[in-house]
Design a protein around this ligand. Structure first.
Ligand code: ADP
Ligand code: MG
Length: 240
């Protein structure tokens, strides 16, 4: 699968008079598992949506690979996004849900079938292809959402708190599966979470956000050992 890095330069975004991204700079390596960690309202979703191309256009640059995607429509960016609420089509089988994006891309039917099954195998759900979404558990639904995104072969995978609707033990299990899948595909991934444990156990590096500003970027270990300021120390629970 293709990999692309993501480079963000001096990104600003306002809703009306309120600036919610205040000059974000980031350099994510191809194949990296990167987390955005921060409290509610810190701008994580807004930053992720800017990369995906949803919502108002920011000022600044967002390079995916060697293309500046600011101003490009979402479907021309080759990004895949999974949200907190999985929003499968309730009237379509698992198979048709996963096929949906491929049909929209007008792939020939002969390639869609095998791709769908490959996607479902990746998330361990090939045996449930003919179920309807309401016959699945929350965790299974989120796996289908992941399969549906991955089969479109995005160059980057954007995950906005994808596990936060699941109960605690399932969340831990899904976290491991997500990491395994990401390693297997080598997909450049941004994982948004307000849960430091989740960021720690998955990410190669993370950015801690507060108030639309990145407070620190580094590996989980670096941030714990050397928090850059009091906010990071308090948020990670290392201040005493
Ligand atoms: P997070 O995902 O970290 O919880 P968000 O990116 O959702 O934070 O929100 C960042 C800030 O932007 C918040 O203050 C929020 O109220 C504001 N915001 C987000 N979306 C909108 C919107 N569509 N219109 C106005 N304000 C918004
Ligand atoms: Mg959010």
């Amino acid at each position: 699968m293709k990999k692309a890095g993501i480079k963000i330069e001096d990104l600003h975004l306002s809703f009306g008079p309120t600036e919610v991204l205040k000059g974000v700079n980031l350099d994510i390596q191809p194949g990296e598992f990167f987390a955005f960690l921060g409290p509610s309202g810190s701008g994580k979703s807004t930053l992720l949506r800017s990369i995906a191309g949803f919502g108002p256009q920011p000022r600044g640059r967002i390079m995916i690979g060697d293309r500046d995607v600011v101003g490009l429509d979402p479907w021309r960016r080759n990004v895949g996004m999974v949200f907190q609420s999985y929003a499968l089509w309730p009237h379509m089988s698992v198979r048709d849900n996963v096929a949906f994006g491929l049909r929209e891309r007008r792939l020939p039917a002969s390639t869609i079938g095998p791709k769908v099954m490959e996607g479902l195998e990746l998330v361990g759900l090939a045996h449930l292809a003919d179920r309807m979404p309401n016959q699945l558990s929350g965790g299974q639904q989120q796996r289908v959402a992941l399969a549906r995104t991955v089969v479109t072969e995005p160059t980057v995978l954007l995950l906005d708190e994808p596990l936060s609707n699941l109960d605690a033990s399932l969340r831990v299990q899904m976290r491991r599966e997500l990491l395994r899948l990401q390693r297997k595909l080598g997909l450049t991934t941004i994982f948004v979470t307000h849960d430091q444990e989740e960021a720690n156990t998955t990410s190669d590096r993370m950015a801690v956000l507060d108030g639309g500003v990145i407070q620190q970027i580094g590996s989980p270990q670096e941030l714990y050992d050397r928090p850059a300021n009091l906010f990071v120390a308090r948020f990670l629970g290392t201040a005493n």
